[in-house]
Design a protein around this ligand. Structure first.
Ligand code: IFG
Length: 497
């Protein structure tokens, strides 16, 4: 029985693979899965993948002292493994044992994602498969290039319930992504309950693009999402877009409008027409209320303030607004993230600016800001906007940034996007998925797969993109998506099995 060749399968590409000579490791009903301390949670998640498909009653056992030369699958968090950094791992597979080591639980989790890809794709099935479960002998040492490897989901244009978001978390975790940016508010909808501002969901939550019913996350929904993500080492970053993209809030509270009149709900897809009334103190009280409650339920260090596509303010009004919002974010103990336009304000070092509009010319401004300590996350729309059509024939999606084929999503180097950016200023990459034209999780998956794994590789793997090798590894992922029921698009040019 041939085993899987890591070099021709694993996405993202690991840093170093040394094929082993010996016989493969075989998982049987008697295989011991051992882990202790921080490793136990990761081992449980891995066992939860193996139990349904293997039918083995695998349970996590504590690592016995001196067990290193015992058999079985051993997961170890070893604080002395400093060379593996915050998210790296070392995987050694022989006939006797599978040994997975990392300095952190996150690194161990990423190692189990690789181990999963070295098992037959049906290991991800929820139905028992009666077959041998072998992993070829190998030695892999793997560390990520960037610490920020994100996906953004727009739940404002169309609402996606918590169950859909958990499913998306499962999908992005497969490819070692560690940030989920939730775009929670926009002109067409407000999607997170704020106790002190009930009309935001009572009114703002009930609209959507095309006039659908909308919807919103209760605080319990949000807690469920944040905890599910954290267990998979994914940080949730909530975005409340402002001062623009705010019609849903402007329809919910009249005093946020300069004329004191509440706006009508908006169900179209134009952008740039709305703005909070930046001259009114009531607006900053509102922002303080919203960010206070959002920060309290967000364990991650970031709040995303949006800041994109404002067409109704002067540059001075806009910069003054962002600088005041920055103070509110800091007051609630969080660090500001904003779209590229926020770089026009004076941002504190450590703030994060997200590059996106490949039709604008912010690259030079971002370069300058990076010299002052501002950090960069790269979402070049013509590479990472998963809401762009794959090609002319593809029904879903928009096209303002051009067509984004799988090859375009793959063939770029984040290190070359902002020429002259300060060393260490690029935190990583993020793949936004805007939902103007998407209404179901199947639509979301068709846009995200297979392009999201390509972007995950640009964030995890070292530079150097070989499309021919990648497309073969990407095609090898498809059987896995089939058993997981991920509604991927069999995009041309990949060579699907
Ligand atoms: N730009 C807008 C989004 C969305 C997008 C669709 C940003 C930061 C176009 N802002 O991207 O709200 O409409 O591709």
């Amino acid at each position: 029985m041939a085993t899987i060749d890591a070099a021709r399968t694993v996405v993202p590409a690991p840093t170093r693979i040394t094929p082993g000579e010996g016989a493969p490791f075989t998982i049987t009903a008697d295989t011991a899965l051992t882990a202790t301390g921080d490793a136990s949670g990761v081992a449980e998640l891995f066992a939860a993948v193996l139990r349904p498909s293997t039918g083995f009653d695998l349970h996590v056992l504590p690592t016995a002292p001196g067990a290193a030369d015992a058999g079985g699958i051993q997961l170890t968090v070893d604080n002395a493994a400093v060379a593996l950094g915050d998210e790296g791992y070392e995987l050694t597979v022989s006939a006797e044992r599978v040994s997975l080591r990392a300095r952190t639980a996150a690194g161990l989790f990423y190692g189990t994602q690789t181990l999963r890809q070295l098992l037959p794709p049906t290991v991800d099935s929820s139905l028992p498969q009666h077959r041998p479960w072998q992993v070829g002998a190998t030695h892999i040492v793997d560390t990520p290039r960037y610490p920020w490897r994100g996906a953004m989901l727009d739940v404002a244009r169309h609402f996606f319930p918590a169950a859909d978001v958990l499913r998306y978390i499962d999908a992005i975790a497969l490819y070692k992504m560690n940030v989920l940016h939730l775009h929670l508010s926009d002109d067409q909808g407000w999607r997170i309950a704020i106790d002190s501002r009930p009309r935001l969901t009572a009114i703002g939550g009930l609209s959507a693009v095309g006039g659908g019913p909308g919807g919103y996350f209760t605080k319990q929904d949000y807690k469920t999402i944040v905890e599910y993500a954290a267990a998979r080492f994914i940080t949730v970053i909530p975005e409340i877009d402002m001062p623009g993209h705010t019609n849903a809030a402007l329809a919910s509270y009249a005093d946020l409008n300069c004329d004191g009149k509440a706006r009508e709900p908006y169900t179209g897809i134009a952008v740039g027409f709305s703005s909070l009334c930046v001259d009114k103190e009531a607006v900053y009280t509102f922002i303080d209320d919203v960010f206070g409650e959002l920060a309290a339920m967000t364990p991650g260090p970031y709040l995303h303030v949006g800041g994109d596509e404002v067409q109704t303010l002067t540059s001075t009004q806009y910069a003054d607004f962002i600088e005041r919002v920055q103070l509110i974010v800091a007051k609630h103990g969080k660090t500001l993230v904003g779209w590229e336009e926020t770089v026009k304000a004076k941002l504190a070092p450590g703030s994060v600016v997200q590059y996106w509009n490949t039709k604008s010319n912010y690259a030079a401004l971002l370069k300058d800001a990076s010299a002052g300590g501002v950090k960069l996350v790269l979402s070049p729309a013509d590479r990472t906007y998963l809401d762009m059509k794959y090609d002319d024939d593809f029904a879903l999606g928009l096209e303002w940034a051009g067509r984004v084929s799988v090859e375009r999503a793959y063939g770029w180097d984040p290190g070359a996007v902002i020429p002259g950016a300060a060393a260490g200023s690029v935190l990583g990459v993020e793949a936004p998925l805007w939902s103007e034209t998407l209404t179901t999780i199947a639509d979301v998956e068709a846009m995200a797969f297979p392009r999201l794994p390509a972007i995950a590789e640009t964030g995890w793997s070292t530079a150097g993109r070989d499309w021919e090798l990648f497309r073969a590894r990407l095609a090898a992922q498809a059987p896995r998506w089939d058993v997981m029921g991920i509604a991927y698009h069999r995009a041309p040019g990949v060579g699907w099995p």
